[in-house]
Write a protein that binds this ligand. Structure first.
Ligand SMILES: [Zn+2]
Length: 455
């Protein structure tokens, strides 16, 4: 499947090649984490480091200096100085490299950052290596400032890492102050929010909008590339943070393979030579791999595409947001069966066909939304709404497609058309729910056009 056939969805755009098989290659990991071109994003647990005043909010730093020349964007203040100018950073990288290689049990003890290899930005995701080569030949740059990593002539690109600094407050403070200092070089003379800073003291990182954000507003205001990087790092760190002890023996677990897997540090053996930890003995120790929770989410319509069923969850009752039906998949269920069950349990409606349309990672904290289209054959029974089964919904309704179209295409609505007297909302554009609703609306329109305006 070529990349232009894969639907682009917020949090799910393919922006790096994960080269997951290279995670356990400690030589590759060692070279890549200290390469000048390598880019880092930072977290405090699951909260990313941002500058809320910039258009490109996510703060991305490199090891070497003058690496980000290839990202010209008027709203993106590029930090030219590399992290390798900080001795504390170099020391942390050096220590982690050794810890990762030797599976040291104190790999993520207090004071140490947790590194997570995300992948490499390479030609498979549109990186123009030739252009970087030209930049590299630029006389202004130094020979050690290579613009991309070349691993054995086979894998070439810019490595990306996420770093959790929640256990290393000192390094976190050093990095925040570094970013603050570097960005001030650019923002001199620019209007700043300085209400918290006194006239004679330098503004703090927080004064300049540099902090670890937990705001959903920021998470949903990233560019598509930032959203995917954030989602990738956040979902891994949520898993790594919540899992600190082995489910088999209670010993400490540490992230190995550059953060891709959790490993029990109990290396004791029993008399029979077997490991004292049952997880180490299991043929597939899948408790040690990251977890993704599958959620099915469905736009429900009729065969003619004249109606769409949307529901108001009790949680969204105050905002009047009518959304798609959604729920967690259960063990040993197909997507189709889970979708049919969830729709019936919540709305009482019986779907006759279910098609998987698109999926979306949803990092709050670790979901995969599986977007489906459910079609109901109206026969006087199937379409009847009944909210009395699991009582999760405040309301569910069959809306006319023409009515919901006005939410999807607000430009078509006349100024004096007070169509939305109830002040209802539909899901935001970043969500798979919105794309599913839009798909039904667009299919309805296509049918109308094909039928010469009649349904
Ligand atoms: Zn164990």
């Amino acid at each position: 499947m070529s990349s232009d056939q894969i639907p682009d969805i917020y949090f799910g755009t393919e922006v790096i090649n994960r080269v997951s098989f290279l995670r356990e290659d400690s030589e590759f990991i060692g070279n890549s984490v200290s390469h000048p071109s390598t880019r880092f994003i930072f977290f405090n647990n699951v909260n990313p480091l941002v500058n809320k005043y910039l258009q490109n909010k996510l703060i991305i730093l490199t090891n070497g200096s003058n690496q980000l020349k290839s990202d010209p964007s008027p709203d993106h203040q590029v930090i030219k100085t590399g992290l390798s100018s900080l001795p504390e950073w170099n020391e942390a990288v050096r220590t982690w490299k050794e810890d990762n290689k030797n599976k040291n049990a104190d790999l993520r003890d207090n004071g140490k950052p947790t590194f997570l290899f995300l992948g490499i930005e390479d030609a498979s995701v549109g990186l123009d290596l030739k252009r970087l080569k030209i930049e590299d030949d630029d006389l202004d740059t130094h020979s050690e400032d290579e613009k991309y990593l070349d691993h054995q002539g086979r894998y070439q690109g810019i490595p990306y890492y996420a770093v959790d600094l929640s256990k290393s407050e000192k390094l976190s403070e050093i990095i925040l102050n570094f970013v603050n200092k570097e960005l001030q070089v650019f923002s001199d003379g620019k209007e700043k929010s300085d209400e918290n800073s006194t006239k004679n003291s330098q503004p703090t990182p927080l004064d300049n909008g540099i902090f670890y954000t937990h705001s959903r507003r920021h998470f949903l205001g990233f560019t598509s590339k930032e959203a995917s990087l954030y989602s990738h790092g956040s979902m891994y760190f949520d898993w790594l943070t919540r899992n600190r002890f082995c489910p088999g023996c209670g010993s400490k677990v540490i992230p190995i393979h550059a953060g891709g897997k959790l490993w029990c540090t109990n290396v004791a053996t029993k008399e029979n030579g077997k490991s004292a930890c049952p997880v180490h003995n299991a043929s597939v120790s899948n408790v040690s791999f990251p977890r993704t929770d599958a959620v099915i989410i469905t736009a429900i319509t009729n065969a003619e595409r004249t109606k769409i069923l949307l529901s108001l969850g009790k949680r969204h009752a105050a905002t009047r947001m009518y959304a798609c039906t959604a729920g967690f998949m259960e063990p040993s269920e197909t997507v189709e069966v889970a979708t049919k069950r969830e729709i019936w349990e919540e709305t009482g409606v019986v779907c006759s066909s279910i098609n998987l349309v698109m999926t979306q990672p949803w990092p709050f904290p670790g979901n995969l939304m599986i977007g489906c289209l459910g079609v109901v054959e109206f026969n006087g029974v199937n379409e009847n709404i009944h909210l009395g089964h699991d009582k999760e919904l405040e309301d569910a309704r069959w809306f006319d497609v023409d009515f919901i179209r006005k939410f999807v295409y607000p430009n078509e609505v006349a100024d004096d058309d007070n169509f939305n007297e109830e002040n209802i909302l539909i899901p935001m554009e970043q969500s798979v729910a919105y794309h599913l609703i839009k798909m039904v609306i667009d299919q309805a329109h296509e049918r109308k056009v094909q039928n010469g305006g009649k349904l």
